[in-house]
Design a protein around this ligand. Structure first.
Ligand code: OXT
Ligand code: ADP
Ligand code: MG
Length: 568
């Protein structure tokens, strides 16, 4: 540079934006405020899609599920202390569910925070985030923004995916440096999630065990959905001839109507199987830790495919651990199968089909009832047909009865189309996940929500209207949590589980310019949902459900602690 000419400068704001863009991150889920308002504005001006929510938790759930859907880290941007804490629940949720996500929060002056002198929104955010996520970093110098973001991306998506916290103090954004040097400091992450090839010995061991089975079972988890190895998985399942049981977010990896699907024979296959192959599913509470009553008396052998070596033997012995990424492992399985494979005994596969057909037949008449007010099955029978007709629509689902019954009733046909409460069974994912699903895929979204569940993120219906998203929210309104019938006999306060009776959630949508419908019968519900999907307009349907129809905690009432002193 000639002496006297002005140097081209860049600053922290622009370096963050350039680093995101360089790494193909095109969407930010955020709530603006000091010190990140201008960052959001500038990102938008630079062509990044900046989606502003009403609460950081919902922005965070959106980012997490965006990560699940795309295999790229979903980014959530928040202000300091309270905004950061609001986003942190979603970051912990992403980590628990193995979704890649980066929570970027602005933070206060280090010098003041560290001396605890009471800065605006003072909090030692890095220390607080650390135990709740996979990795946490802070960047103090503009020239380290590139490397900081690179570390965050790699940590989020490599190995077992998870949540990463990136702390950006307010002062960083205003730091300036030479523009050329700034560009050179950015890092484009190469091969952020390298494939992890399984050892040939582990593949052989696994297939030998599977071959020896009389009553084999494959369990597909959401790790298998995340892996986007859909064709490999499908051909392995079909070639092997082994019945498969999808965990809730793995539904649709192969259609629930597939002849090998054992979803409708769940308790039978868990009890009776002798060899179980887990593909991207953990033996956590959702699988009763791989032992006890639901797994029956007969001895079991477990084979497990997972990218995380420490997952093996977490609950029970894994006789054939296969550590690697699901795409690589299943393709190695397929290669081995190509040189010869004997499908499982037909006594077993026939027994599974018979049980499944029995259960499906038992449910069928319940789905056709035309009661008003509706019961769960009457309403869900309608929604089952909607997804059958629009298999590309994404189903978001939360609640207790609303969740558990919808999971069983609504068949899924395509991978990653069912998004729900995940490993924690958390309420509040609804609107955030619906918004991200619509934005990331462009597909219509059907959000099936308990009235309580919806309340955790209901204000985001304004966001849905503001961005004019093709989301149809159906609220199963039974006047409360599990049921709307509890009575408090001690005083005039309402019982703890009930809400205002006859509430009209549809009016909330109308308040922001969306379509609101009150549906009291399956016919009305059907008409309203079909209209919503056809029009693509933001719609909220208040589906009136009999307040007495649900049961305590849905299908997991057994998890409520019981005392011998309690008479129930
Ligand atoms: O084989 P068997 O005979 O056993 O039969 C099984 C299948 O074979 C069969 N089946 C079928 N039959 C016929 N046809 C088909 N197609 C078919 N498919 C399956 O059906 C049975 C059951 O099958 P399923 O579902 O596969 O098996 P099962 O045994 O249920 O599986 C076990 C589990 C554990 C894997 C499964 O139950 C599961 O995934 N459960 C998840 C449960 C969960 O996560 N629940 C959410 C949390 S509940 C509670 O915590 C709530 N809270 C507290 C709270 C939370 N969560 N979060 C926060 C931040 N704060 C507070 C609250 C506040 S829920 C809640 C709100 C609730 O109220 P709402 O108003 O929202 O909702 P309503 O209840 O509707 O009022
Ligand atoms: P579910 O709730 O559906 O049973 P979990 O969340 O318990 O599923 O399990 C998902 C598992 O998948 C985790 O143990 C995670 O390490 C694993 N996983 C995620 N992505 C991959 C991948 N690409 N390859 C292999 N394993 C993966
Ligand atoms: Mg309810």
């Amino acid at each position: 540079e000639a002496p006297g000419t002005e140097q081209e400068l860049t600053d922290g704001f622009h370096l963050v934006i350039d680093a995101l863009k360089l790494n193909g991150i095109n969407t930010i889920y955020n709530v603006p405020g000091i010190p990140i308002t201008d960052l959001g504005r500038m990102a938008q001006a630079a062509g990044i899609r900046v989606i502003s929510f009403r609460h950081e938790q919902n922005a965070g759930y959106a980012a997490g599920i965006a990560g699940f859907l795309t295999k790229k880290p979903g980014v959530c941007l928040t202000v300091s202390a309270p905004g950061f804490l609001n986003g942190l629940t979603a970051l912990a949720h992403a980590t628990t569910n193995c979704y890649p996500m980066i929570l970027i929060s602005g933070s206060s002056e280090r010098e003041i925070v560290d001396l605890q002198q009471g800065d605006y929104e003072e909090m030692d955010q890095l220390a607080i985030a650390k135990p709740l996520c996979k990795a946490a970093y802070r960047v103090l110098h503009a020239q380290d923004i590139g490397i900081g973001l690179a570390r965050a991306i790699r940590a989020a998506v490599s190995g077992r995916p998870g949540g990463v916290y990136l702390d950006l103090p307010a002062k960083l954004f205003g730091q300036v440096m030479n523009a050329d040097a700034g560009q050179k400091s950015l890092v484009k992450v190469i091969d952020a999630a390298p494939s992890q090839i399984p050892s040939p010995a582990s593949v052989k061991r696994a297939l030998d065990v599977l071959k020896s089975a009389k009553r084999p079972l494959i369990i597909l988890g959401k790790g298998a959905a995340y892996a986007q190895a859909d064709e490999e998985i499908k051909s392995f399942v079909e070639k092997s001839g082994v019945p498969f049981l999808p965990m809730s977010m793995a539904k649709g990896l192969l259609p629930d109507t597939h002849p090998q699907c054992a979803g409708a024979a769940r308790s039978t296959v868990l009890k009776e199987s002798d060899v179980v192959l887990l593909i991207g599913a953990r033996l956590n509470w959702l699988l009763s830790h791989g032992k006890g009553k639901s797994w029956g008396e007969a001895p079991k052998k477990f084979i497990q495919i997972d990218i995380e070596p420490r997952e093996m033997d977490s609950n029970v012995e894994i006789v054939a651990p296969v550590v690697g990424d699901i795409g690589s492992v299943v393709s190695a399985f397929n290669q081995a199968l190509a040189s010869g494979w004997t499908t499982p005994p037909t006594e077993w596969t026939n027994a599974v089909s018979t049980k499944r057909e029995e259960n499906v037949a038992k449910m069928a008449p319940k789905l056709m009832n035309n009661k008003s007010p509706m019961d769960y099955h009457g309403a869900l029978g309608v929604l089952k047909n909607v997804i059958k007709e629009y298999p590309d629509a994404i189903l978001v689902n939360e609640g207790a009865n609303t969740l558990d019954l919808a999971r069983g009733v609504i068949d899924m046909y395509k991978p990653r189309k069912r998004l729900d409460v995940g490993t924690w069974g958390v309420m509040g994912i609804g609107m955030g996940q619906a918004i991200a699903a619509a934005l990331e895929t462009g597909n219509p979204v059907l959000a099936v929500e308990g009235d309580s569940a919806f309340g955790f993120s209901g204000m985001e219906v304004e966001t849905i209207c503001r961005y004019n998203l093709p989301i149809c929210v159906v609220i199963f309104n039974n006047d409360g949590i599990y049921r709307g019938t509890d009575v408090n006999s001690a005083n005039s306060d309402p019982a703890t589980t009930v809400f205002v009776k006859g509430a009209r959630y549809d009016k909330m949508m109308e308040a922001f310019g969306g379509v609101g419908v009150n549906a009291t019968s399956p016919d009305e519900l059907k008409r309203a949902v079909n209209e919503a999907i056809k029009s693509g307009k933001p719609t909220l349907i208040n589906a009136v459900i009999d307040p007495a129809a649900g049961s305590e905690s849905g299908r997991i009432g057994n998890l409520n602690p019981q005392s011998v002193l309690q008479k129930k």
